[in-house]
Design a protein around this ligand. Sequence first.
Ligand code: UDX
Length: 432
Amino acid sequence: MKLCMIGTGYVGLVSGVCFSDLGNDVVCVDKDVDKINNLKKGIMPIYEPGLEELVLKNYKNKRLNFSTNLRESVRKSDIIFICVGTPTKKKSNNADLSQVYSVGKEIAKYINRFKIVINKSTVPVTTGDEIEKIISKKVDKKYFSVVSNPEFLREGEAIRDFIYPDRIVVGSNDKKSKKILKNLYSPLVSKGSKFLVTNRRAAELIKYASNAFLATKITFINEIANLCEKTGIDVEDISIGIGLDKRIGSRFLRAGPAYGGSCFPKDTKAIVSTASKYKTNLSVIKSVIKSNNIRSDLLLKRVDSIMKNRIKNKTISFLGVTFKANTDDMRDSSSLKLIPYLSKKGAKIKYYDPSGAKKEFIKLKNVKFSNSIQESIKDSHLVIIHTEWNDFKSINFKKFSKNKKLIIFDMRNIFPPNKIKNLGFKYFGIGR
Ligand code: UDX
């Protein structure tokens, strides 16, 4: 099939390259000329394991192309995916849908035969109805169908999540597009993925409800971790103990810093805001947002107490600053709250991240990027393991630090406490 992905960010690029790898002809469109030129040269706009190899392979065999020409790309395609951003609107909790609607208007200008217009961007319920209205101002309804097909890709695992999804959700109000999409996804369905068809509005809500539920699960275990810290229990035992109940499930029960990233913070706010438009109070999700917002303050209090309120002039090493491992993404990472606070209190911060130095910290006083784990740990009083990169899982602290009083605060519980304590260092984890 001939596919066109509009918006070559995370979702558009990963989905586009994976669809081309399944044998489709795909053109990824973006108005960012530099991004498109770079992609043609094999330079990726994001860090995502496995992406570069797959892009190079499919670009070389000509199943994948990149373009800034939306008109031509729409005209020659059978299926058009809208994959543009829906960030939180400034000074509100609503999703900003301006990019989605402006792409809808553009597509409407170039529809020359029957096309399926698929919305992959995360959008509030009824956005598909709006896109349909926009296009039908220019095009007869028999020449297009608007479908919702949300993505569930995790950064760092996006290619795997695309190829082996738990489920594929298609929200459509007509038979023709349901059939075409079942055919498009058949290589994944034949490998065991569930294919769920709903009406368009339900698919839109499934996406938000999924992210809100996962954010709730994380926030729940983070609060249980707070209780574990006060009662001498290891939260890891609780996660295993409750996760073995199939009704609960073991995934997304890792206690840690506040959840971050490009989706959970934005989508929890947006679903609450959509619900209030329909006079519905999503009180559980509201309290999740609140609990996650104050989590960084709790962790900072803990740092204060670990350091016996003597932070000034102490050297603190951060290992990992992105919102999670295997990504270079800093969006809503809890390090954006932790590091500025500690630097303001007079700590000297050294940080190392496998994805490199971050522009977010350039202007901060006493915050420096280290070129290696060793350099970051050397001469530190406190090491904070902020992100669970594999690179940190077998650090030899004894070799890297001469400081016998080194303290390790493992915010991801990647080390067994005794392993560190047996080296003679002080160890603190989350919920243990
Ligand atoms: C998420 C959803 O998982 C994905 O389905 C959706 O489409 C996009 O948003 P992503 O933001 O890439 O993906 O990361 P995810 O792995 O879900 O983690 C989000 C945040 O939760 C991170 O800050 C992570 O560290 C945190 N998290 C996750 C935990 O603290 N504990 C867990 O057990 C899992």
